[in-house]
Design a protein around this ligand. Structure first.
Ligand SMILES: Nc1ncnc2c1ncn2[C@@H]1O[C@H](COP(=O)(O)OP(=O)(O)OP(=O)(O)O)[C@@H](O)[C@H]1O
Ligand SMILES: [Mg+2]
Length: 231
């Protein structure tokens, strides 16, 4: 089982959304995905509840509460025992013993950030924190910055300059764009199953193109994750 974790000091960086999206992309490939809910606000549990109601929850995936160390250990053991291909951990903002344990147990770390100076500053602080933690534990875990909520079209001068700053660091090949389809996932459930449902519903035809475009972003992200994990 490969553990992929989204972390950032800053709240609202797009961690949970990136994980929900990656989960959907992996499930489309037939992978089984354990979701470790390490955020006590339980966004993934709510996501699952909404998805089950809308028939957009993929039974290849399961949410495990993991917001303290014993629960995390148990979740890891059970998920590994059940043979899940992937575990995705959604952390709360900031640093904690729980986050340190998750980071140190991961196979790949994603640090999402929006392209504002404040967000990038926090992403750099998170990145530095991770590197220091890994060095202190003599661990080498691939880590990449995920540019999140990137607007379509021309970036503003400020967005360009923070984007240029990030090129010095390992980045995912593609960003996640700012899309309504991503913002709506928490209510609509898994994107690949929203697409399946929309394609059977004539009233949803126009929306389908937007959902498909969002799914392409996610497939790129999962392709990148596979590449890293295969190295
Ligand atoms: N690519 C995107 N396109 C549009 N909206 C997005 C995108 N990514 C995130 N959002 C929206 O931004 C807000 C914050 O995202 P999210 O909850 O994923 O961040 P987070 O880092 O998990 O936050 P927290 O620190 O509270 O856990 C949410 O309302 C979400 O719908
Ligand atoms: Mg979150």
């Amino acid at each position: 089982m490969k553990l992929v974790t989204c972390c950032s000091f800053k709240g609202g960086a797009g961690k949970t959304t990136a994980l929900m999206g990656l989960c959907s992309a992996l499930a489309t490939e037939g992978k089984t995905v354990a979701l470790f809910e390490a955020d006590e606000n339980r966004p993934l549990t709510r996501w699952k509840e909404n998805a089950v109601k809308r028939n957009t929850w993929d039974p290849h995936c399961e949410v495990f509460t993991a917001d303290d160390l014993p629960l995390l250990e148990r979740a890891y053991e059970v998920a590994e025992g059940r043979g899940f291909d992937y575990a995705l951990a959604d952390t709360h903002g900031g640093s904690s013993e729980l986050n340190n344990t998750i980071i140190a147990s991961s196979n790949f770390l994603l640090v999402p950030t929006m392209l504002t100076p404040l967000d990038v500053d926090e992403a750099l602080a998170t990145y530095r924190y991770i590197i220091e933690l890994l060095l202190s534990e003599s661990l080498a875990i691939p880590t990449a910055i995920l540019r999140q909520r990137v607007p379509f079209g021309k970036l503003t001068a400020s967005q360009r300059s923070v984007s240029d700053m990030l090129t010095a660091l390992p980045l995912t090949e593609q960003p996640m764009f700012e899309r309504d389809a991503f913002a709506a996932m928490k209510v609509r459930g898994m994107l690949h199953l929203s697409i399946r449902n929309a394609s059977n519903d004539p009233a949803m035809r126009l929306m389908l193109r937007n959902l498909d475009a969002a799914m392409e972003d996610l497939k790129n992200l999962s392709k990148f994750v596979h590449q890293i994990l295969e190295d």
